[in-house]
Ligand binder design. Sequence first.
Ligand code: RIB
Ligand code: CA
Length: 302
Amino acid sequence: MNHMQRVVIDTDPGTDDALALLMALNSPDLRIEGITTVGGNATLADTTDNALRLVDHVAVGRDVPVAVGAERPAHGSFSHAYHIHGAGGLGVDLPAASIAPHRADAVEFLRDRALAAPGRTAVIALGPLTNVAAALDGRPDVAQAISEILVMGGAVEVSGNVTPHAEFNIYEDPWSANDVFASGVPVTLIGLDVTHKTALHRDGGPRWFEGTSRAALLANRILSNSFRERPDVQEFYLHDPLAVAAAIEPELLTHRRAQVAVETDGEERGQTVASYGDGPVKVALGVDAVRVVEVVRSLISN
Ligand code: RIB
Ligand code: CA
């Protein structure tokens, strides 16, 4: 990429979100306009506190606003994933943040940054799509201004990870996912179809990342703790890191264009159904997994 891509990252940190944020904050190719937090892997209070602590820990002195979003979707059942991400949503302790959340909430922040650079700001969505859908709701000017939404979510040709039909981010708020996919904003859907092909293996540790930077040491702590707390798990899937890597190197993914509809009720709640052909959603179905691991490791190691 020969220019810095302006991005806002909507996230529910979350261990894989944390690695994605470390990559983005270290990337010379991304200009992080800010981070918006959403409930998902953990409560909004935890995801927001984790985002603030991460930024304060590895981006000392940089202006990276963290704007607070939605605790949960407007309706439907909702659950967290502490059993996967650990206590507090990261599983590791970080010093208390010395920075406070941005004065604007996530919706206002997303709208403001999109309209500040129409056609030049992308959104990287790493959690339930509640904030992103709300920012687009009733605002065609905002939809016009956002260049692309890279969504980590969905399971189109593969089984889900919450139910056999659904991936977590989409399952948590299928209504907002439908709104985003129908918004007309170009969407790249980075689902389990590709993220389950990208992972760091338990045996690769305890130094998955080289160097002694705060980012490298923290990432190694997160993975070490994650594998220690889950002795039956052999791979740490790079769900959210892949979305950031794809923002930097789009050619990592191959895709098919589609209209994507999301089931909102019953057994199939959260199922992402693709009607291939012309459509606003690029469904990622292929990935250069070796290159993804190289990009993840190179951006965090130092
Ligand atoms: O299904 C994986 C996704 O759900 C990742 O974004 C993970 O962080 C959780 O939010
Ligand atoms: Ca996430």
